[in-house]
Design a binder for this molecule. Sequence first.
Ligand code: VGL
Ligand code: ZN
Length: 203
Amino acid sequence: MRALLLIDIQNDFLPGGRLAVEKGDEIIPIVNDLQQHFNLVVATQDWHPANHKSFASNHPGKNPFEIIDLNGLEQVLWPDHCIQSSEGALFSNQLNMDKVEAIFRKGTNSEIDSYSGFYDNGYLKSTGLADYLRGKQITEVYVVGLAGDYCVYYTAKDAIKEGFQTFLIEDATRSIDNQGFEKAKLDIVSKGGKILQSTDLIG
Ligand code: VGL
Ligand code: ZN
């Protein structure tokens, strides 16, 4: 059984948002078309409290995109984004949510960031996504959404670690940094994942 994971297709990651991914909106029609080809569709939602320590604004004197040590982990500082219950944290209203059976929220602990839909960046806590997928007899996981070099990449890596046959659909993602995404793809392939195009699935 195959699951499609929609990663963080939220207003703040789309053009006009607070951490906009260039051309992020171009993936939405593709993601909408892909959904009908899957047994299960699940979404993740970046969902930060306003005092989240991944925000540069919570570190006086620091600017977005600087790197700090946060509780022993390397942390990129971001503009404030996906604040719980804000407009920016909502899924795009262009995204078809009718087939989405469950939403896994992440990034709720202010002390640690959480790129993957499965675990926070320190593997302190599971979201329950892996067991949820196994409970539905899923063996293949297809990852799409934003951003390709962060949450999509980390989710795909953890899907591989959790033993799922893992596919990243390249034309159904956009990245913050394209060089970072090139590295991410090589890493996923080296770990046994595959990079596909939506046309490999829907012709
Ligand atoms: C993301 C940076 C910070 C993502 C989330 O969804 O890729 N990136 N929070
Ligand atoms: Zn975030």
